[in-house]
Write a protein that binds this ligand. Structure first.
Ligand SMILES: NC(=O)c1ccc[n+]([C@@H]2O[C@H](COP(=O)([O-])OP(=O)(O)OC[C@H]3O[C@@H](n4cnc5c(N)ncnc54)[C@H](OP(=O)(O)O)[C@@H]3O)[C@@H](O)[C@H]2O)c1
Length: 264
């Protein structure tokens, strides 16, 4: 496979101000990609851009505000950029029991993790269809394959992304559109600190299990390899990925194990 695969391709990464998005941006830029990086924190995006080689367009947006997504897309269009790969990575996790969680928190998680990505995908898709080429990537989660304590709407939003992107693949792959859905396990980022608690406040704690998770740079490399191979499903993580097989082949055992995992 050619190592120049990403050279001069325009890649739009949401959630590029930290964690997996930042690691993807830095790695892809080293491969010659041209980047559009988005998130809410403009200062953090500027720091990420400094770590990248080559062209980087900073396009701040809040995935929970539809008007901002439309404006961001117009900004990219005005630059006459044809997006080759869209990586829907921006997202927030959750730490809260169903019985205690405010409905606004459930809605907020779906807005950011699902509708934000749906809107951006719908905006870039027509150009891709016109050119009969393009690649839509979504960063779901292993909890997009099964439920997990304290993650009710986070898990729901990641299941929703799976359903949406699998459908997009079935509808448009014969028209030149590739789709990849990424299922990370535990990756060492600060996602648990940014996760919403039952009242919508940041959880502010670093999960021990995440700190022991896969290194974010290794995670980015594995995702990039999967995109290059045009894999529809990309699984990234360590031992926790075993849960996927247990759920698929022995669901009763999965539910016994998952029920007894001490939730954090
Ligand atoms: N780390 C893991 O173990 C893991 C596992 C499975 C899946 N994932 C998924 O991987 C993706 C990246 O997470 P991460 O681990 O890298 O965590 P992270 O460091 O917290 O990154 C989340 C990114 O999303 C952006 N974001 C959050 N809310 C946003 C909003 N309303 N509008 C625009 N951007 C927003 C954040 O930027 P701003 O705050 O600047 O907006 C940040 O750049 C997420 O979709 C997450 O669900 C992570």
């Amino acid at each position: 496979m050619s190592s120049s695969f990403f050279k001069d391709k325009w890649i739009w990464i949401t959630g590029a101000s930290s964690g997996i998005g930042e690691a993807l941006a830095i790695d892809l830029s080293s491969r010659g990609a041209l980047l559009i990086i988005s998130a809410r924190n403009t200062k953090a995006l500027q720091q990420v851009a400094k770590k990248c080689i080559g062209k980087v367009l900073i396009v701040p947006l809040d995935l929970s505000i539809p008007e901002q997504i439309t404006i961001a897309f117009q900004q990219v269009k005005q630059e006459n950029i044809q997006v080759d790969i869209l990586i829907n990575n921006g997202g927030m996790s959750q730490r809260g029991l169903v019985k205690n969680t405010d409905i606004a928190v459930h809605r907020s998680l779906l807005e950011v993790n699902y509708f934000g990505s749906v809107q951006l995908t719908a905006l870039v898709l027509p150009q891709m269809l016109e050119r009969k080429k393009g690649h839509i990537v979504g960063i779901s989660s292993i909890v997009g394959q099964f439920g997990f304590p304290l993650r009710s709407s986070y898990s729901a939003s990641k299941h929703a992304m799976k359903g949406f992107l699998e459908t997009l693949y079935l509808e448009e792959n014969t028209n030149g559109i590739d789709v990849s859905i990424v299922y990370p396990g535990r990756i060492n980022t600060e996602i648990s600190k940014h996760a919403l608690d039952e009242n919508g406040n940041p959880n502010a704690n670093m999960d021990e299990s995440l700190a022991k998770g896969m290194d974010v740079k290794i995670c980015a490399k594995k995702i990039i390899k999967g995109i290059e191979k045009k894999k529809i499903e990309i699984f990234v993580g360590k031992r926790e990925l075993l849960l996927l097989f247990i759920k698929r082949y022995t669901p009763a055992i999965f539910f016994k194990i998952a029920k007894n995992i001490k939730p954090v």
